[in-house]
Design a protein around this ligand. Structure first.
Ligand code: MGD
Ligand code: MGD
Ligand code: MO
Length: 670
């Protein structure tokens, strides 16, 4: 950051950073818009109009905190701490601002506990059944792979920095396959786009495994030494010859055979996956099943082979995150609310006690949570006391009784882990807070004081918190200190170079092997083997519903300039995206009398969204897609993608099933 006279004037990436090479993405490129833009919230404000209208008056911090603390004390006295619900997620990707003093505050209050599982938890739990962990290889090692399957991930849009290493592999002769029901920018850049019906990946993986075993393409030695349950897996695979897998996935049997052979022959072969597949009723099972492939072929043996998913586990192993959030303060008998189902929690009149106060920071549930209309119904409750700590007036903040201004990344101290690489970053404040903004930590210190909490653990400074996180003694932090981070800005966790974590087995499962068959799952009464079931909201799983709503809707992160719903409030970023569009196949468009570029209504029993149709070959018949991330208030018709999405839970890990959504599309006005 270049700062002149106390004002940030220029932002650039660090050219020597081994992962980013100084590249900034389309979102962060104009981060200073977020810092100084007109949209920025500068002062505490109190609501003066009806909820959602967005009319507020400026108040002092003292007044705001006094009244908030008073209301909280009153609610806790009448109904107990559980009447208070915290809501926060990934607004700040850092450890200090993301999960520290706030956690202590809500634990001390005895508030309802929030299950934060909307991202990566289901996939991780699924992968862990097979591998014992979600930790695969290091991202840069994708450059060593020669057959790369980008399975349910839109790398060019969501993880641009990784693309550099994919390109390196491609230049060295690698084949890049994308498995995605949607023809994304990544699919366009790949050598081969495999386009299964949404939610059928487990069937595809089983079909591939059938071919691999039938043709003897598996690594019998690896299987023998480092896996368990192969014989039982083979029994299961009998149910998935390529013809059956083809029927379930909507692919040609020939393509499944070709993919299986090419994958098994790849040397090394790598599956790169992210969260695209997990937001489904059987998302955990999909990850569990796909994770069997590299164990079956022994792809783990070679550098660049195996599976690449998340690296966050490396950071959380190394750092002492618990010293920040102090989970030991939490009373585990207190109920939890899953963040995916916040709409249900806020509108459930049978809850005892009901949620009477909602405190939101670092998240925008009105845009990112499924079943948006139910969320908004909850937020509109006049008897719900809502406080939102934000940088901009989001749709969630518009419903608040008090909106409090939050600092941005350039105004506060943080220690930033990474979901996708092994570099730890020290985030130093470059400028003084703009207006009267304060960091999340400071908000909860002040709230604790105003509420009358006197525990010493509310006094930890942000610097104390950084030091606490670094003081774990973990070998991956060897030589990494606050001073070294201050000097260098970032540090590579001390994971060995050329790390091949499971080249010789050593999976952290109960058996120490990759588990095709899971004894633990068998004991829980669930399917001990990988398998496929159609989603309860799909044409195969619910034909009656599909008769009314025949199209499967995918709402991924196809907006290049948004980070979930962050940046969608900024004019420059929104203009760059122009408008949300619905991708529709020519067949489905013609059947509905919809022309390319025409406004349509996408609808189901949960809601209705107005968008412009983009007719072409981006989706196959029976499937449609539109971006998530748009705010309802800034969308045509006042609703965005999540107004349509399902708000059930996935089979594992507590994630949502919002991609299992059926809709109908009609010309606007019909
Ligand atoms: N530009 C941008 N980048 C981002 C984000 C953003 O909002 N915008 N968000 C960040 C976050 S929080 C995350 S978690 C990551 C997520 O990164 P990704 O997982 O790469 O992104 P998604 O769009 O969630 O899903 C990826 C793809 O999965 C496909 N998909 C949906 N259902 C299925 C299915 O059943 N099978 C298969 N095979 N594919 C399916 C979608 O069509 C989509 O193209 O991105 C991060 N990066
Ligand atoms: N339909 C559909 N829904 C989805 C997804 C999808 O693919 N499709 N993806 C899901 C996924 S993977 C994820 S991760 C979630 C993301 O859910 P969230 O983490 O809630 O994502 P954001 O929309 O980025 O909201 C973060 C908010 O925090 C604010 N903020 C940023 N920094 C700070 C700070 O320091 N302090 C405070 N107080 N506020 C701050 C930002 O301004 C922004 O409004 O969405 C999920 N929802
Ligand atoms: Mo995410």
């Amino acid at each position: 950051m270049t700062v002149e006279d106390g004002r940030a004037v220029k932002l650039a990436g660090d050219a020597v950073h081994p992962f980013t090479h100084g590249g900034l993405c389309a979102k962060v490129n104009h981060y200073l818009d977020r810092v100084y833009g007109e949209e920025r919230l500068l002062y505490p404000m109190r609501r003066t109009g009806p909820k959602g209208e967005g009319r507020f008056e400026r108040v002092s911090w003292e007044e705001a905190l006094g009244e908030i603390a008073g209301r909280l004390r009153q609610i806790v006295a009448e109904d107990g701490g559980q009447a208070v619900l915290p809501y926060s997620y990934m607004g700040t990707q850092g450890l200090v601002q993301g999960q520290s003093i706030d956690r202590r505050f809500f634990a001390r209050l005895g508030a309802t506990r929030l299950e934060r599982a909307i991202c990566a938890s289901t996939g991780s739990s699924g992968a862990a059944v097979t591998m014992g962990t979600n930790q695969g290889i290091l991202p840069e090692d994708i450059a060593h792979a020669r057959f790369i399957v980008l399975w349910g991930t839109n790398t060019v849009v969501t993880n641009l920095h990784l693309w550099r290493f994919v390109r390196q592999a491609k230049e060295a002769g690698a084949t890049v396959v994308v498995i995605d029901p949607v023809k994304t920018r990544t699919a366009e850049a790949a050598d081969w786009h495999v386009r299964p019906l949404p939610g059928t990946d487990a069937a595809l993986a089983l079909g591939m495994m059938h071919v691999i075993v039938a043709e003897g393409l598996h690594d019998a030695d690896y299987v023998e030494r480092y896996t368990t349950g192969f014989d039982r897996l083979c029994e299961r695979l009998r149910d998935y010859p390529p013809e059956r897998a083809a029927e379930l996935t909507g692919l040609a049997a020939e393509e499944i055979v070709r993919l299986a052979r090419a994958y098994a022959a790849g040397s090394p072969s790598l599956i790169r996956t992210l969260v695209g597949m997990e937001h489904r009723a059987h998302g955990g099972m999909a990850f569990r099943t796909i994770s069997c492939l590299p164990a079956l072929t022994g792809a783990w043996r070679q550098r660049g082979g195996g599976l690449l998913f998340l690296t966050a586990g490396l950071h959380f192993e190394a750092l002492n995150a618990e010293a920040l959030g102090m989970p030991e303060l939490e009373d585990e008998s207190i109920r939890t609310v899953n963040m995916v189902q916040v709409g249900r929690a806020l509108t459930d009149r049978t809850l005892k006690p009901p949620i009477r106060a909602l405190l939101v920071h670092s998240s925008n549930p009105a845009a990112i949570a499924p079943n948006q209309n139910l969320v908004l119904e909850g937020l509109r409750r006049e008897d719900l006391f809502t406080v939102v700590h934000e940088q901009v007036l989001t749709d969630t903040a518009r419903h608040a009784d008090y909106v409090l201004p939050a600092t941005t990344q350039v105004e506060h101290l943080d220690l930033v882990f990474s979901w996708g690489h092994e570099y730890l970053t020290l985030n130093l404040p470059a400028i003084e807070p703009v207006g009267e903004a304060i960091p999340n930590t400071e908000l909860f210190r002040r709230l604790a004081r105003a509420t009358g909490f006197t525990e010493a653990y509310f006094e930890d400074t942000d610097l104390d918190l950084v030091q606490l996180a670094l003081a774990s003694g973990h070998p991956h932090l060897e030589g990494i200190t606050f001073e070294s981070l201050l000097r260098d800005g970032w540090a590579r966790l001390k994971v060995p170079e050329g790390w091949t974590p499971y080249a010789e087995g050593g999976f952290p499962t109960p058996s120490g092997r990759a588990e095709f068959y899971s004894e633990r799952v068998a004991r829980s009464g669930e399917d001990p083997l990988p398998g496929f079931e159609p989603s309860p909201e799909s044409s195969a799983g619910n034909p009656a519903l599909a008769a009314r709503y025949p199209l499967a809707l995918v709402t991924g992160k196809s907006a290049l300039h948004f980070l979930n719903s962050s940046y969608s409030g900024l004019e420059r970023h929104r203009k760059a995206e122009v408008e949300p569009k619905l991708d529709l196949s020519e067949v489905d468009a013609a059947a509905r009398g919809v022309a390319d570029g025409e406004m349509v209504r996408v609808h189901n029993d949960r809601g209705s969204v107005s968008v412009r149709a983009r007719v072409g070959d981006r989706v196959r018949p029976g499937v449609c897609a539109m971006p998530s991330g748009w705010w309802a208030s800034l969308s045509p018709g006042g609703s965005s993608a999540n107004a349509l999405t399902r708000d059930g839970l996935a089979d594992l890990g507590g994630g949502g099933d919002f991609h299992d959504t059926l809709v109908e599309v009609s010309p606007a006005g019909s």
